[in-house]
Write a protein that binds this ligand. Structure first.
Ligand code: BDR
Ligand code: CA
Length: 324
C-alpha cells in the first residue's frame, strides 16, 4: 500500500511513524510536514530525525504549511509534546534536508504519478491536504483513500468541550477537505480515546533496543507525565497510531457514514465536526447546509484492547537499527 504521511511530530506522531515503518504492508512514499504540535520547521526536523534513527533516510520529507488559512500559528504545545515536540529530548538534528517541493506539491505529484494507488494519511491539521486540493482538484478522483486523525463526531473535544486539536487548528481547511468527494475516513476522538496504552506497555516497548525506540519512548516520558497530571491516567490514548491500526485491521472498528460540516464561525463550537445524523427534509422550507456534501466514513467505535495488541505485536516484531 503506497502511503503518504502528513504529520506534525509530535510525540504520538512519532509512535505512529514508527508503527508505519514497522509494517511491511506500507510503502511510504514520503512524509509531509505541517504546523501543529510544533512550528513546521521543527516538525520537518523531527520527521527527518525519526527517519534517520530508523535507518530510513531514503524516505523523502517535504515541508508544508506554517500556519492555518485564516489565523496565525498559535505556538508549540509544549505542555503536551515538549518545547521540541519530542518530550524535551533535544536530540541532535539530522544531516538530511527536506525536498525543495512543498508538501502540497509533493502530495499532488505522487497522487498523479500513481493514480488510484496512493493512500493519504493526515496526522495533523488538514491545511496541506486543502492546499493540495486547491493546487490540483483532480487529485480527489485519483487518490485511493484519505484518512485523518482528527475530529469528534459523537463525543467531547480535547482542546475545549467541543473541538479536537487538529481540526480546531484549521477549521476552514478541514471544512474544505471534508467538502470534497474523495473517499475519506475520519479516525477521531470517538475511537482514539477508547484505545488506551498503559505506561507498563510503553516501558515494555521501550526496553527493546533501537535508536528510534529510544527517541520515541524517551519522548513518551513527557507525554505520560502530562496524561497523569491532566487526565489522572497511568498511560495514554493512541491518537495518531489509530489510523494505522485501522488500516491494518478495519474489522476492529465500527464505522458509520454521514456528511460532515466543520464549524468555521468564531463561536464556542469553532472547529467542531458536525455529522448530519438524521434527515430533516420532512420540515418544509428548511435549508439543509449538508446538502450535496459527500458522506465521510466515521470510525465511531473500536475494540481498543485488540487495536493496542496489534500495535504491540507489530512493534515487538520489528527490526530497527540499534545505534545511530
Ligand atoms: C491530535 O493532536 C495532536 O496533539 C496529536 O499529535 C494528535 O494528532 C490529537 O487530538
Ligand atoms: Ca499529530
Amino acid at each position: 500500500m503506497k502511503i503518504i504521511i502528513d504529520t506534525d511530530p509530535g510525540i504520538d506522531d512519532g509512535l505512529a511513524i514508527m508503527l508505519a515503518l514497522a509494517c511491511p504492508e506500507f510503502d511510504i512514499l514520503g512524509l509531509t510536514t505541517i504546523f501543529g504540535n510544533v512550528p513546521v520547521e521543527l516538525a520537518t526536523e523531527n520527521a527527518l530525525r525519526l527517519l534517520d534513527l530508523a535507518g530510513r533516510s531514503d524516505i523523502p520529507v517535504s515541508q508544508g504549511a506554517a500556519k492555518s488559512w485564516e489565523t496565525p500559528y498559535g505556538g508549540a504545545k509544549s505542555a503536551v509534546h515538549g518545547e521540541d515536540g519530542q518530550g524535551n529530548l533535544f536530540s541532535p538534528t539530522s544531516a538530511q534536508k527536506p525536498l525543495e517541493t512543498t508538501a502540497a506539491e509533493f502530495i499532488v505529484s505522487q497522487i498523479s504519478k500513481f493514480p488510484n494507488e496512493v493512500t493519504l494519511i493526515a496526522l495533523g491539521p488538514l491545511t496541506n491536504l486543502a492546499d493540495a486540493l486547491k493546487h490540483d482538484p483532480e487529485i480527489q478522483h485519483k487518490v485511493k483513500e484519505v484518512l485523518f486523525m482528527g475530529g469528534n463526531a459523537f463525543c467531547a473535544g480535547n482542546t475545549n468541550p467541543v473541538a479536537e486539536a487538529n481540526i480546531l487548528a484549521d477549521p476552514e481547511a478541514a471544512d474544505f477537505v471534508l467538502g470534497h468527494h474523495w473517499p475519506m475516513t475520519m479516525v477521531g476522538l470517538d475511537v482514539t480515546q477508547k484505545t488506551y496504552i498503559p505506561s507498563k506497555l510503553i516501558a515494555e516497548l521501550a526496553a527493546i533496543p533501537s535508536a528510534i525506540g529510544n527517541q520515541v519512548f524517551g519522548a513518551y516520558r513527557h507525554y505520560l507525565k502530562f496524561y497523569k497530571e491532566v487526565n489522572q491516567m497511568d498511560g495514554t490514548w493512541i491518537h495518531d497510531s489509530s489510523v494505522f491500526t485501522y488500516l491494518l485491521n478495519k474489522e476492529l472498528y465500527r464505522t458509520s457514514e454521514y456528511p460532515i460540516l466543520v464549524e468555521t464561525a468564531d463561536c464556542i463550537s469553532r472547529g467542531k465536526t458536525w455529522p448530519s445524523i438524521k434527515d430533516y427534509s420532512f420540515i418544509a422550507g428548511q435549508e439543509n447546509p449538508w446538502l450535496g456534501r459527500p458522506k465521510v466514513n466515521i470510525c465511531d467505535d473500536v475494540n481498543g484492547k485488540k487495536a493496542v495488541s496489534l500495535l504491540k505485536n507489530r512493534l515487538m516484531n520489528a527490526t530497527f537499527p540499534i545505534e545511530k
